[in-house]
Design a protein around this ligand. Structure first.
Ligand SMILES: [Mg+2]
Length: 294
């Protein structure tokens, strides 16, 4: 495999300089500058095994869009829930059934939003208003939160039935960080983070998990606030300047920037490389695989 010899050599050199808590200084931490960039404005990893800039001791990964392809599962669950709701909606007597379209309705009204906001926004687009209900409404309730609970139950069913697809390049990168002795955490707004990690078969890679459930318990602000990433760094016992953040969302790279993390990597899954850079990413890649070749 190309680059193997280089990775071995670099890895041994870094190992001698010390692990977490050792004397290595993060690129950028001592000077307040971004990690060293090449001509293309891309940070050049110089640290352990050539994976991360020198001094980085821990990697904090977002889940959906970075490690797993769960966006597809969420879209499918939204469609199943809304189509069943629309078919049974008494107010539709005057108009023919028009299904929830993933390409348009999901993208416009649901994607990236908190669950209740997505329900409200799509229903409004069809001229339907439901009572808000409460956060703990059961899935049988005809409320905004009840429909959100139905969608969440479907997501969990789909995850159990179909499993979760991972980004193979990300898994290879995570494996490489483990082999290089870097600490590893997952930071996700999802309350289903643990189930998704288990279904994807990657839970064992991560030492700490700060997810939607933890955030609710501890009153942590969601991205773009840095709270959840800071909590993960604290659990690992690694200062933010020595942590790398891997994020596919603008709000996520903004959180990494706001928290003063030593290396913020934007993962461009669509066409938003510039926006990720503007949000504070030191480096933007299309896939974490690219970092293995450096
Ligand atoms: Mg994401």
């Amino acid at each position: 495999m190309p680059g193997m010899a280089h990775e071995d050599a670099a890895g041994h050199a870094e190992t001698r300089r010390g692990g977490p808590g050792g004397a290595a200084t993060p690129a950028g931490a001592s000077t307040g500058q971004s990690p060293e960039a090449d001509g293309a404005g891309r940070a050049r990893p110089t640290g352990r095994a050539g994976l991360v800039p020198a001094g980085i001791a821990a990697c904090l990964f977002d889940l959906d869009g970075v490690l797993t392809r769960t966006a597809k599962v969420h879209a499918a669950a939204w469609k199943e829930m809304f189509d069943a709701f629309l078919r049974a909606w008494p107010g539709r007597a005057e108009q023919p059934f028009r299904p929830f379209e993933i390409a348009t309705d999901y993208a416009r009204h649901v994607d990236g939003k908190l669950r209740a906001d997505g329900v409200r926004s799509f229903l409004a687009s069809r001229g339907i208003a439901l009572p808000e209900g409460a956060d703990d409404d059961p899935p049988t309730a005809s409320t905004i939160h009840g429909l959100g609970a139905r969608k969440n139950d479907l997501v969990l069913d789909l995850i159990r039935e179909r499993g979760v697809e991972v980004y193979a390049g990300s898994v290879r990168f995570v494996e490489a960080t483990r082999d290089a002795g870097l600490r590893r955490g997952v930071v996700s707004a999802s309350k289903n983070c643990r189930e998704v990690l288990v279904a994807a078969g990657i839970a064992h890679f991560f030492e700490v998990r700060v997810d939607g459930a933890v955030a609710a318990e501890e009153g942590l602000g969601g991205k773009p606030a840095p709270d959840m990433f800071l909590a993960a760094a604290a659990r690992l016992g690694v200062e933010p300047a020595r942590c790398a953040v891997f994020e596919d969302a603008i709000a996520g790279v903004e959180a990494g920037h706001a928290g003063g993390f030593g290396w913020v990597v934007g993962v461009n899954r669509g066409d938003q490389a510039d926006a990720l850079r503007a949000g504070g990413a030191h480096t933007v890649v299309d896939d974490l695989d690219e970092l293995l070749e450096g």
